[in-house]
Design a protein around this ligand. Sequence first.
Ligand SMILES: N[C@@H](CCC(=O)N[C@@H](CS)C(=O)NCC(=O)O)C(=O)O
Length: 244
Amino acid sequence: MIDLHYWPTPNGKKVTILLEEADIPYRVVPCRIGQGDQFSAAFLSISPNNRMPAMVDTEPADGGASLTLFESGAIMLYLAEKAGRFYPQSLRARHEVNQWLIWQMANQGPKSGECGHFRRLGDAQGDQSYARRRFDDEVNRLYGVLNNRLYDRRYLAGDEYTIADMICYPWTVGWEAQGQDLSEFPYFRRWFDELGARPGVQRGMAVGADMSVDYSKLSDDEKTRLRKLLYNQRARPAPEGGLL
Ligand SMILES: N[C@@H](CCC(=O)N[C@@H](CS)C(=O)NCC(=O)O)C(=O)O
């Protein structure tokens, strides 16, 4: 069984889309990031970066002890390999998928995350207009990268729908809140509409809909509490007595 430590954010939904598409049985273990679950010792032993999603497979293919993973890209690769689906194995096709999956993890995810961060922050900590413009522009550039890629390909890695598509999709659903105009990106739009119509994608995107919190509806006190918990995180001290 797969235990998915999850909260309904784009990074979490990448994995639920794959689990639904590949019909892999799983249990959701809520990781309430607004309550600080990601800092508990039990969670950090699975995910030392104090971020969800994280995963425990209690029945790995080698028959050994439970296998744990953090980082959504690593989890997607593992689950696709386990299911034997959505991750073509020929040399060239596999590396097409790998490069777009890593593109997502290194570019689309982090830049879109910062775009959301500065848009939500407003000017509460002083003038943030440069930061907002910087990340709006970067996100716009990244939609352009997807649009150009999809100009002559049905999917990101070619003719086949793969985990490269699934990993990118959830970060694009909030295009409006990211300040983007999809009429600029017709080839991306074609792909976006096709993926959005897939029942597996719809089921994956809906996981935890009852848990999610609308940030814009929170009171000022609640926003202050969340900022204290989530913003300005610094290094956690290592325990005493390690290898020196
Ligand atoms: N690169 C990581 C990013 C994961 C990530 O940023 N998760 C956020 C929610 S979307 C989180 O757990 N935040 C908790 C925190 O900021 O303390 C991945 O793709 O798995």
